[in-house]
Design a protein around this ligand. Structure first.
Ligand code: ADP
Length: 624
């Protein structure tokens, strides 16, 4: 996963979690507070309705008292003088704006009954209202107590065909109960009043749970409509026992949703039934839903903003890192001119600048090294050309020199003094010839002109030839030369003359760096896996320090003090031009093989020895 995703993904997830949690918390807070508001409004409306009934009761009692204590009224009632009674009561009803006034005597007979019509006129029906048989009237008469507390009830008037709220008060004469006065107010007056004061619709229930009135459908409320609000007796009991606790529930009416809460309706000591207050849900919840949608929109926008900012920040952070990565990849691929291009001054900017400075240094060093390398290559070329020129220039006079030396040798056969001079001349020119040949070989190797002429080559025969070449040295230096496993080696496909030269140089070196009485052995074996032959030229000489083991294969490289070397070909530590191993390596490589040396180090007292390994392919793919 790229670093961009590693940064952005957790950030996005975090933002999402925070946003979703935020929306959830806010919307639930909003809806909780809305629910609370609704419940509070319902409670408030319920309180207002209860207060309204209490106020109505006070008005009733006040009016009933005035009627009961109007002088002469109790006497007229006692005397059964209905005309006098009506004469007193009727103006009172009009003055006190009583909607229904009824006066019942001790015997429970209604003596006076007056009602207010819808047009405001008063009317004496002339028939019994039936109110005298209501339980509240009967109980007052039965108590026979002139000071008894007033009673009240909700009751249906068969005469007016509508519900009234009635309050009953005892009529007293000389501390004796003389009758009962009943004051009533119709629901036509009460219901709109309840609605106006509570700011809610109201439903009234009688004591069996039947809905008897509601403001919900205005005047149009008929029996069947009311019935839809009725509750079972069980439910009614629950409401009554709830002691005013509001239990809200929702219902739908004409496509609109309402919440409803019921409470017991209690005035003084009497339970009149129950009532419900009703509020439309959309008053409260609809604005809530709108604000919730607003919150969601706001959160979504905020979230998008946060994501955009996060993306921007991540780009700011990650782009320089990407630039660094791209620059380092380009530099690894060799483009040292590449720079990060990061300009900021923060930590990443410092890192990028340091990286650029490092690259600039590296580029500078590389340029310097390349220059030095070019100079070295040029010098090497000059050296190679010099060797070539020198070798060629030396060859002709050398041939002349050795020719004359030979003539001198022949001519001085009988002159011993001249003989030793001619012998010295011959030996010297042969040695020079050898050096010049080595120079020619190395210049061929340098210019890749060394041509191997492949043929059937016997390593055993080659080594025999070399052994023979140095036959004088074995005697003179008391050295032992042994081979092991060489005769068993197969014939390989290689240039026999070059092979001779290879082992000539290796064995000559072994002779030179091994003290008198030492042993030089050549071990041969076939390396089956690699289809190669390996020849190890081991001596018991002074050995080679590790730091020289690679470099001695370079031309002119010598380990010891050059001036100390003797010039003898096979003398102990006899110096040479420093070309032998370079030629050996050139020959081995021209055959597609390898050459290396192993030695515990250089020690002229202990003579740890050196071992030169040569590996050649059984069938060499010869270099051009
Ligand atoms: P040189 O002409 O000096 O012998 P070479 O290229 O043959 O040049 O050898 C390079 C150097 O490697 C020698 O000067 C010598 O120090 C070291 N060297 C080569 N062969 C041996 C050996 N068998 N034991 C110890 N040192 C050796």
């Amino acid at each position: 996963m790229s670093i961009r995703f590693k940064v952005i993904l957790p950030y996005l997830l975090l933002t999402l979690v925070v946003a979703v949690t935020g929306v959830y918390v806010v919307t639930s807070l909003v809806s909780n507070s809305l629910q609370e508001r609704l419940t509070n409004q319902l409670l408030e409306a319920g309180r207002v309705v209860s207060d309204d009934f209490a106020r109505q009761e006070l008005t009733h009692i006040e009016a009933a008292r005035i009627v009961a204590y109007t002088s002469g009224l109790a006497e007229a009632l006692q005397a059964g003088d209905r005309v006098a009674l009506a004469g007193l009561a009727q103006p009172l009803a009009a003055g006190l704006d009583i909607e229904s006034l009824s006066v019942v005597d001790r015997q429970g007979v209604e003596n006076f009954y007056l009602i207010k019509l819808a047009d405001g006129n008063y009317f004496v029906p002339g028939v019994a209202s039936g109110l005298e048989s209501m339980p509240i009237v009967k109980s007052l008469l039965l108590a026979d107590d002139a000071q008894a507390a007033p009673r009240r009830t909700l009751a249906y008037s068969a005469v007016m065909k509508k519900f009234y709220y009635y309050s009953a008060l005892p009529i007293e004469l000389n501390n004796r109960l003389e009758g009962v006065v009943l004051v009533g107010t119709s629901f036509d007056t009460i219901m709109p009043y309840l609605k106006n004061t509570s700011l809610a619709d109201v439903i009234l229930f009688n004591e069996s749970g039947h809905a008897i009135a509601t403001t919900l459908a205005g005047q149009a409320a008929d029996e069947s409509f009311l019935d839809t609000f009725s509750i079972s007796e069980d439910e009614y009991r629950q409401v009554v026992e709830s002691k005013g606790n509001i239990s809200g529930e929702n219902f739908e009416l004409e496509g609109r949703w309402y919440s409803l809460a019921r409470s017991p309706l209690q005035v003084g000591g009497d339970r009149l039934g129950a009532f419900a207050v009703v509020l439309p849900l959309d008053f409260v919840l609809q604005p809530g839903a709108v604000s919730r949608n607003n919150y969601i929109l706001l959160f979504t926008l905020a979230m998008l903003g946060v994501i955009a900012v996060g993306y921007g920040i991540s780009r700011l952070l990650i782009n320089p890192i990407y630039a660094l990565v791209r620059a380092s990849q380009a530099i690894t691929a060799g483009d040292l001119t590449r720079r990060t291009g990061v300009k900021s001054s923060d930590e990443i900017g410092v890192l990028a600048n340091t990286f650029d400075a490092m690259t600039a240094n590296l580029q500078q060093r590389t340029i310097e090294l390349e220059r030095a390398n070019q100079t070295l290559a040029q010098m090497d070329k000059t050296k190679s050309s010099f060797i070539q020129v020198a070798a060629h220039e030396l060859r002709t006079p050398l041939t002349l020199l050795s020719g004359y030396a030979q003539i001198l040798d022949i001519k001085s056969k009988n002159n011993p003094d001249l003989q030793s001079i001619s012998k010295g001349l011959l030996e010297g020119s042969a040695r020079m010839q050898e050096v010049v040949n080595s120079m020619l070989d190395i210049s061929r190797i340098d210019s890749k002109m060394l041509k191997a002429l492949p043929d059937q080559a016997s390593l055993a025969a080659t080594l025999q030839r070399v052994e023979k070449t140095f036959s004088a040295a074995w005697e003179e230096r008391k050295l032992k030369f042994i081979t092991d496993g060489v005769v068993e080696l197969p014939i390989i496909y290689a240039d026999p003359d070059l092979l001779y030269k290879l082992f000539y140089h290796l064995i000559m070196n072994a002779i030179k760096y091994t003290p008198d009485g030492g042993t030089i052995s050549v071990h041969g074996q076939v390396i089956e896996d690699a289809a190669e032959v390996e020849l190890a030229v081991q001596d018991t000489g002074i050995g080679i320090d590790a730091q020289h083991q690679q470099l001695i294969f370079e031309k002119f490289y010598q380990t010891g003090e050059v001036t100390l070397h003797s010039s003898g070909r096979t003398k102990f530590k006899g110096g040479g031009p420093g070309l032998g191993l370079a030629i050996a390596r050139g020959i081995v490589e021209a055959h597609g093989g390898r050459i290396w040396v192993e030695s515990p180090g250089c020690d002229e007292d202990k003579n740890p020895g050196s071992c030169f390994y040569v590996r050649l392919p059984l069938k060499a793919e010869l270099a051009e």
